[in-house]
Design a protein around this ligand. Structure first.
Ligand SMILES: O=C(O)CCC(=O)C(=O)O
Length: 270
């Protein structure tokens, strides 16, 4: 399976429409890949809290439609990163109407899965103040037959989420992010930790550039189930193109079957 991660750089100068058209062009250039991945909240700005409400869209809005079209055009599964979602006529348990929602399109351009970020970042501000939390796990079948679980940025700090995902059959994690430079070493270390402890393929696409006065950390990466770096980006805009060997996770789990020794979960049998 050939995977492309588009580590997009942006600042405060583009409209949503301009950025969408730039991103569609970058996705189009990835024809020949089986899976293309974009970062978290790239259309609205990961840290541009003040613009979120005004820029929010539905999962059938202009951004989603542009992503659907380009996925079909290049015939690849497209993880479109996430958008600030305002569904029509829905509010959550806290009375808010925004979610941080990832969109996945199949190679025909159909929106096959959405994932609403479960762990909201910002403590008393940011996401918890403005958005509802997601409640559901989301998994997708990848073109090579493996099963990928979705999470977003700050979710990475909560290992129990990834354990729940492997209990649902996940062999890979796809993680879009807008992770700041200030804590980029946490990002790099936690990606490896999740790969090693869950013996899974980690496909993690971060943001570059500086927006809303926050410098993004870059260092998107593809990490194998033994913690091996299959590819890692630098700090600027960059596309990572990676060939994932067949049976990478299956072989790792067979030759070093540590997950079978878990005792504090339903699957423990020893
Ligand atoms: O956990 C972190 O340090 C960064 C998280 C974040 O930026 C996010 O979830 O948007």
């Amino acid at each position: 399976m050939r995977v492309a991660l588009i580590q997009l750089s942006y600042d405060d100068s583009e409209s949503v429409e301009e950025r969408t058209s730039r991103v569609v062009g970058l996705v189009r250039e990835q024809a020949g890949h089986d899976l293309v991945v974009l970062p978290e909240l790239w259309p609205m700005g990961g840290f541009d809290y003040r613009a979120w409400s005004e820029k929010a869209q539905t999962t059938n809005g202009a951004v989603a439609q542009a992503l659907s079209q380009v996925a079909a055009e290049i015939g690849a599964v497209l993880h479109g990163g996430s958008i600030v979602e305002r569904p029509s006529g829905e509010t959550g348990p806290e009375g808010k109407d925004l979610w941080n929602t990832s969109l996945v399109f199949d190679a025909q351009g159909e929106l096959v899965t959405t994932y609403r970020k479960i762990h909201r970042f910002g403590f008393a501000g940011g996401e918890p103040k403005l958005m509802e939390a997601g409640a559901d796990l989301a998994l997708i079948d990848l073109p090579d037959g493996s099963r990928a679980a979705l999470s977003t940025c700050y979710d990475l700090r909560f290992p129990e989420l990834y354990r729940a995902q492997i209990d649902q059959g996940a062999t890979a994690f796809v993680i879009p992010a807008a992770w700041p430079m200030a804590r980029v070493e946490h990002w790099r270390l936690l990606l490896r930790a999740r790969a090693i402890e869950d013996q899974a393929l980690v496909i993690a696409c971060n943001t570059a550039g500086t927006h809303a006065r926050t410098e993004m950390g870059g260092h998107s990466a593809v990490i194998g189930p033994g913690g091996e770096n299959l590819a890692e980006a630098g700090e600027g805009q960059e596309v990572l193109s990676v060939d994932i060997p067949d049976r990478l996770v299956a072989d790792a789990r067979e030759t070093f079957p540590v997950l079978a020794d878990r005792r504090l979960n339903q699957r423990s049998s020893r």
